[in-house]
Design a protein around this ligand. Structure first.
Ligand code: NAI
Length: 630
């Protein structure tokens, strides 16, 4: 049992995100000609005092003089400040109300606006030590109570001394005057609070940094809103991931670092240490060796579609959940496919080339509308099915072939076989996935079955089409036109030359794997992947994970969530439940899913339990990882 603990908390830039007098200046000087100059003077005086460069009293006198404020302005000020309470104070209302008798707000600000704000969180008005305004006869603010200790230099230590606190005293604040309490020997620990501002001169004197109230509460093992402070979750984003992704993760309060390019295996082995979330695109290789060095890694976000660059098996063994963006660029691929179908049906690639060579060849030969033509889609997944809808809306007929049973959208029809589809389609568009068995899905014999004058599109994977066979059938005229965006071998960098037998072929569009490369897709990816990761960190939800069993979990309310990841042996669920029963724990909800390698068990329980249950759960043979969430 801990002895008595007291919490001395600063108000401006700590309890609230802002300096109240700066906000008051914006209100009181709203219509003043020299408004900006006045606001700047007040900010400068505040900063100088906070950094210890100007005596507090001089700074206060200066600020009140410039303010020209009135009692009536305070209503608007209080309204504004209530919306500016620091996020981590706001969410930790439970801690504040539980410890209200031991919390003191000690501020060089003014009770006139502090009390109404902190009282809403349960803090006693008599526990607020701050200055008081002096008002003139018509309500204008003309000064401050000179006798108040907090209006004088060394006000905070002198005030705390008078309180005569017996127990452990913690001070949380962003300014030098907060440190002065510790300096005077009146506090055990001074935590420099940096959620809103970071003053190096104050940090230099602090015992610890508190990037949030959660972090302080975590360090003292006190009741808190989050089981683990988000500012301690380190994120590393590589390969110049779109800034949208950075912002989304940053707004979760994670500590995010970005790098513009990929790292080598060796560099990544070093950089990954201490990282909880890694964000990559297609160039970073997350090998078994990298994962061995990943001592805190919870999740990897592949800000792209493919995940071949990640050792998914090893990720499972280490309990690292991997997410990607499987349909963030679906629409982009579909739009390009539509454009290419029209281009090829009009023989445009050849016509464009001729124009560039100075040849005017006006004729309708080899040009058709797409209206009424039969589009055969091979692979009716995300892209194939979306293409189906848009092609139909342009007046095409659609049939598709998929190895899995698929719902036919709109008027599309499911073909009986690939051969049937090939034999009856005017245009064939490939949208299968990259599984190895899809190698040369279209080879000579498939081309032979196609209609004469067929148009072929491959925006799926390079190995799906035998390029030599395609070349042969373009050359002999069976294939009227082709679009190829993906190749069996693709240059690794933009500097490497592109080689293919298809270069220079008739009515053929060759593109450098840009089907999904649009500004919109980049934003979608940068939004989708962090969304999945944040969900996983906050709730344990694994929906759309590439390697974890997919579980979509309800939001946690009034309960704690135990997340147990283990090797998939029989009997582990029973073991978890026995341990919970032995500790007399009331289970509110339980969710389980397994794949061939791991089991994922989520148990929501009543908040009141003894911590030793956690130790027992971690001891279960085969446990890969255990997390508590709330
Ligand atoms: P998806 O996984 O949603 O759909 C693939 C579909 O193909 C599934 O329904 C599957 O059952 C089916 N399939 C697999 N093998 C088949 C076969 N032999 N015959 C018939 N159906 C088969 O994938 P999504 O998102 O639609 O992507 C499709 C392809 O497009 C993938 O290969 C992907 O890598 C590629 N892609 C290319 C891009 C580019 O920039 N060109 C961008 C995005 C995706």
């Amino acid at each position: 049992m801990k002895g008595k603990q007291y919490f001395i908390i600063d108000f401006d830039s700590t309890f609230t995100k802002v300096e109240a007098l700066d906000i008051l200046a914006e209100i009181s000087l709203k219509d003043d000609q020299n408004k900006n100059e006045g606001i700047q003077k007040i900010k400068d005086a505040t900063d100088k005092a906070m950094a210890g460069d100007l005596s507090f009293r001089e700074s206060l006198t200066e600020r009140i003089k410039v303010l020209k404020a009135h009692r009536d302005h305070l209503t608007e000020l209080i309204e504004k400040l209530s919306k500016q309470v620091s996020k981590s104070f706001h969410r930790n209302g439970e801690f504040i109300s539980k410890y209200k008798d031991n919390i003191y707000i000690v501020s060089n600000g003014f009770k006139d606006f502090i009390v109404p704000i902190v009282e809403k969180y349960g803090i006693h008005a008599e526990n607020v030590y701050a200055n008081e305004f002096k008002y003139g006869s018509s309500g204008q603010i003309i000064g401050f109570d000179d006798d108040n200790l907090l209006s004088k230099n060394d006000g905070k230590p002198n005030q705390i001394r008078k309180l005569n606190l017996e127990g452990e005293v913690f001070v949380l604040g962003d300014g030098y005057t907060d440190y002065e309490i510790k300096k005077a020997g009146l506090a055990h620990k001074f935590y420099a609070f940096t959620e809103n501002v970071r003053r190096e001169s104050v940090l230099a004197e602090a015992d610890h940094e508190a990037p949030s109230l959660d972090d302080f509460l975590f360090s003292q093992n006190l009741e808190r809103a989050h089981s683990y402070p988000k500012n301690r979750i380190k994120v590393l984003l590589l390969e110049g991931i779109h800034t949208h992704g950075f912002e989304k993760l940053k707004s979760e309060e994670y500590k995010v670092e970005t790098k513009p390019s990929a790292l080598t295996e060796e560099e990544l082995c070093e950089a990954i240490k201490g990282v909880s979330i890694l964000g990559i695109r297609s160039k970073t290789q997350v090998t078994a060796k990298v994962l061995e060095n990943a001592n805190r890694l919870l999740s990897i976000g592949a800000f792209c579609i493919g995940t071949n660059q990640i050792d998914l098996e090893k990720c499972l063994e280490k309990g690292v959940a991997v997410f990607n963006a499987p349909f963030s660029n679906t629409r982009s691929v579909v739009e390009l496919a539509i454009a290419e179908i029209i281009m090829l049906m009009r023989n445009l690639p050849d016509r464009i080339m001729k124009m560039h060579n100075g040849i005017w060849d006006k004729s309708a030969s080899g040009s058709s509308e797409i209206r009424g033509k039969m589009l055969g889609i091979v692979g009716y997944g995300n892209i194939g099915s979306q293409l189906s809808i848009i092609a139909e809306s342009l007046g095409m007929q659609v049939q598709f072939y998929d190895i899995e049973e698929k719902l036919a959208l709109g008027n599309a029809k499911s073909a009986n076989s690939l051969n049937d589809l090939l034999a009856t389609s005017d245009i064939v568009s490939l949208h299968v996935d990259g599984r190895a068995s899809n190698k040369w899905l279209l080879d000579e014999s498939q081309f032979e079955q196609m209609k004469d004058g067929v148009v072929l599109l491959n925006l799926s994977r390079g190995h799906v089409v035998n390029i030599d066979a395609l070349k042969k059938f373009i050359d002999n005229g069976k294939v009227h036109g082709a679009s190829v965006d993906v190749f069996p071998y693709e240059p690794l960098t933009n500097e490497e030359p592109f080689e293919s037998p298809l270069k220079g072929s008739r009515n053929t569009i060759l593109t450098p794997h840009v089907g999904g490369s649009t500004a919109e897709a980049q934003v979608n990816i940068a939004d989708f992947v962090p969304g999945k990761i944040i969900d996983y960190i906050n709730t344990g939800s694994t929906s759309n994970s590439v390697n974890f069993p997919n579980l979509t979990l309800p939001i946690l309310k009034e309960a704690h969530r135990f997340i147990h990841i283990h090797e998939n042996h029989p009997g582990i669920l029973a073991e978890i439940n026995n341990i919970l029963a032995d500790h007399g724990i009331n289970i509110v909800g339980e969710y389980l899913k397994t794949n061939e390698k791991i089991g994922y068990v989520i148990t929501d329980i009543d908040k009141n339990y003894q911590d030793d249950v956690i130790k027992d759960l971690k001891m279960i043979n085969g446990t890969i990882r255990f997390r508590v969430l709330y």
